[in-house]
Design a protein around this ligand. Structure first.
Ligand code: B12
Length: 265
């Protein structure tokens, strides 16, 4: 989707909608959305692209405005989150890695993502079968403060009916194990974005083993530097590639092996 290739009339309406979003003018947002729909243009593609660009540029009001558009035109809220808002974090992340963006821009971008995400959260409905929710202990490992991906995993797990105990970031290995025991967790989800902190993950798994909890608990690990090979090597159950994969894997696995969902005693 390249905006330059859109008809001029459409580009003008998009610009007006940007301004309405920036000024938080609800009625104008609604009206302009209708007008854009009337042009017959692919509004879903436009909105997803705009969501990612608003996050990349750290435009909080515009991110909220375009999230309203996404809801109005009925984009699946999970899609709006992952292919729109979160995709914008990846765009700014790539720029950062190329030296084209800096830490303050990353922080502003993440605020723009969270603003939109807050608006979506009531629509990210629990998708559980009515069974008691299983508990997942979730966190970013010790030494690592990156928590945007971890928060996405939490959002998707919660939306799928899991009860998440969020330990936050920079979490010491024994806190994962203590929380798993305290909350009788069915699974532990660990994130890390840095190669230097990956070795925290096997520590947690070894502790779960030595306390006799490992065979009753699923362990998911994730984050950009992780591979499925690494996950297998350290004895994790799986390393799905993204937040949606994590929620899907856990749901499927638990429904296939109900005995594994029994609480720890
Ligand atoms: C944003 C960011 C920051 C922000 C973090 C803000 C926050 N609250 O999280 C700030 C500015 C604080 C930061 C700090 C640092 N950062 Co930084 N940061 C990034 C950046 C640009 C984007 C990360 C991000 O949020 N991506 C978007 C999210 C959505 O993606 P994600 O976390 O990967 O999550 C997805 C998947 O990985 C997966 N996932 C995540 N967790 C889990 C868990 C499970 C179970 C599963 C299944 C899946 C899963 O699902 C998500 C998608 O759905 C990356 C570069 C990059 N392009 O990734 C560098 C990067 C991670 N940072 C890096 C570094 C080095 C640092 C610093 C040390 C300082 C520095 N020199 O920049 C400090 C770290 C201090 C510390 N002790 O932790 C390096 C790490 C290098 C390495 N390989 O070790 C990177 C790769 C940049 C680089 N190339 O230098 N950073």
């Amino acid at each position: 989707m390249e905006f330059d290739e859109l008809p001029e009339e459409v580009r003008e309406l998009i610009e007006q909608l940007d301004e309405a979003a920036e000024d938080e003018e609800e009625e104008a947002i609604e009206e302009l959305t209708e007008k854009l729909l009337d042009t017959g243009v692919d509004m879903e593609a436009i909105t997803l692209k705009k969501l990612s660009l608003c996050v990349m540029d750290g435009e909080e009001e515009m991110s909220v405005g375009w999230t309203k558009v996404a809801l109005k035109i009925g984009i699946d809220p999970f899609k709006a989150l992952l292919k729109g808002l979160a995709a914008g974090m990846s765009l700014i992340g790539d720029k950062y890695e190329k030296g084209e963006a800096f830490v303050p821009q990353l922080m502003i971008a993440s605020s723009a993502m969270y603003e939109g995400m807050e608006l979506l959260s009531p629509y990210l409905k629990a998708n559980s079968s009515g069974a008691d929710p299983s508990t997942v202990v979730i966190g970013t490992v010790e030494g690592d403060v990156h928590d945007i991906g971890k928060n996405l995993v939490k959002t998707l797990l919660s939306a799928n009916g899991f009860n998440c105990v969020d330990l936050g970031n920079d979490v010491e290995a024994d806190r994962f194990v203590e929380a798993a025991k305290e909350y009788q967790a069915t699974a532990v989800s660990m994130s890390t974005l840095m190669t230097t902190t990956m070795a925290e993950m096997p520590k947690v798994i070894n502790m779960l083993e030595s306390s006799g909890m490992r065979d009753k608990i699923k362990v998911m690990v994730g984050g950009a530097p992780l591979s499925t090979d690494y996950a297998a090597k350290i004895g994790a159950d799986v390393s799905p590639k993204d937040a949606a994969g994590a929620a899907n894997w856990l749901k499927t696995t638990l429904s296939e092996s109900p005995s594994d969902t029994e609480n720890l005693n």
